[in-house]
Design a protein. Structure first.
Length: 364
């Protein structure tokens, strides 16, 4: 494989950005595109799990074409969050209060905005305005991913110091030990340690993996071929799908779905790393459009998460489409929902940022 272009070279550890994954300063459009794709994956995953609700999480998995399709798609979409933390590790995090203030501010503003929008939609406006409910909707703790990311920012000085002057062999040992704890013990042996990977232990491991790939890009990454990485991603995701279908034949899917699709499942981790590397190795010119859209993925997550927690609203909207829940129309609705939600929220956020910049110029 040809040598990566200069803009694809990893950032050195001493050039870490204070806000790598949510508010990066130096944007690589290939990885910014990955952020966009992963956010679309997250939206589609939420649609399948919370709106269609036919992939075995909350009700036992059925034996229909639609149920199998949902499980199949979810097996490919589940990597979104892991990839975000790999990107974070790849660029590195430097402790700064600015991104934390931006995260909290976005939660407050868009949490309140989503609440007021819901007041205009029956039957959620039946109880009227409640100040207590408004505060609950604005509480940053509602978005678990953002809370984990804030914790990672706060821990970043310690994490970075622990790997600052170590060689690659020692770094690999650190990652192996974390894999033993998170996967070998947590996922495979003891649920109390790390059952599903939805916690800071797993994301610290992904942060370290991202840092390792950054440091050793030329030695361990640059020679890889994307076609083989695509094969790894497809095969591991397919194995995730087949394994869940088989297990669901003998066990209640509602008891195993969250764990099987856990972020520390070895197959999910392999899929995540392979998919991340596909984009890291992609040569792409700097794109203002991609970078601008990617900068709004935080807001997409906040607003969309507020919406999927109110899935009856979305069900009521799509109920007006005759047969929307049937196969394959439900997946056409899935694609349309993901695109429309993403486009509307990004458009609004970009407009708000433009207005704020102009107002600042006026009063400057």
């Amino acid at each position: 494989m040809t040598k990566p272009s200069q803009n694809l070279r990893p950032h050195k550890p001493d050039n870490m950005q204070p806000s790598s994954v949510l508010f990066p300063k130096n944007r690589n459009s290939n990885l910014e595109l990955l952020r966009i794709v992963c956010m679309l994956f997250i939206i589609c995953h939420h649609w399948i799990v919370f709106i269609l609700d036919n992939c075995g999480y909350h009700v036992p998995l059925g034996d229909t074409k639609q149920d199998y399709t949902s499980v199949f798609l979810n097996s490919f979409f589940i990597i979104g969050v892991n990839c975000y933390f790999l990107i974070s590790g790849y660029f590195g995090i430097k402790l700064s209060w600015k991104p934390i203030k931006k995260i909290v501010g976005a939660c407050l503003f868009y949490g309140a905005l989503c609440y007021f929008i819901s007041l205009a939609i029956p039957p959620f406006n039946s109880e009227g305005f409640s100040f207590l409910t408004l505060l609950e909707r604005m509480y940053p703790g509602n978005w678990w991913f953002l809370m984990e990311y804030i914790v990672l920012i706060l821990l970043s000085p310690m994490l970075n110091k622990s790997i600052e002057n170590i060689d690659s062999k020692t770094f690999r040992l650190y990652i192996i030990l974390l894999l033993i704890v998170n996967v070998g013990i947590g996922y495979c042996l003891n649920d109390r340690v790390n059952k599903t990977g939805y916690n800071i232990m797993n994301f610290i491991m992904l942060y370290y993996i991202g840092r390792f790939l950054n440091r050793n890009f030329e030695q361990h990454v640059a020679y890889l071929k994307r076609k083989w990485l695509w094969l790894v991603y497809i095969l591991s995701s397919a194995m995730l799908f087949i394994g869940f279908i088989i297990l669901s034949k003998y066990m209640d899917s509602t008891r195993i779905a969250l764990k099987w699709f856990g972020y520390n499942n070895p197959l999910v981790l392999i899929s995540s790393v392979a998919f991340f590397l596909i984009f890291a190795l992609t040569k792409m010119k700097n794109s203002v459009v991609i970078n601008t859209i990617a900068a709004s993925t935080l807001v997409v997550y906040i607003c969309h998460s507020s919406n999927f927690s109110m899935s009856p609203i979305i069900r009521a909207i799509f109920a007006k489409v005759n047969g929307w829940y049937d196969f394959p129309l439900s997946y056409v609705c899935l694609l349309g929902y993901a695109i429309v939600v993403f486009a509307v929220i990004v458009g609004f956020d970009v407009s708000m940022k433009t207005i704020i910049r102009k107002v600042k110029l006026i009063f400057k």
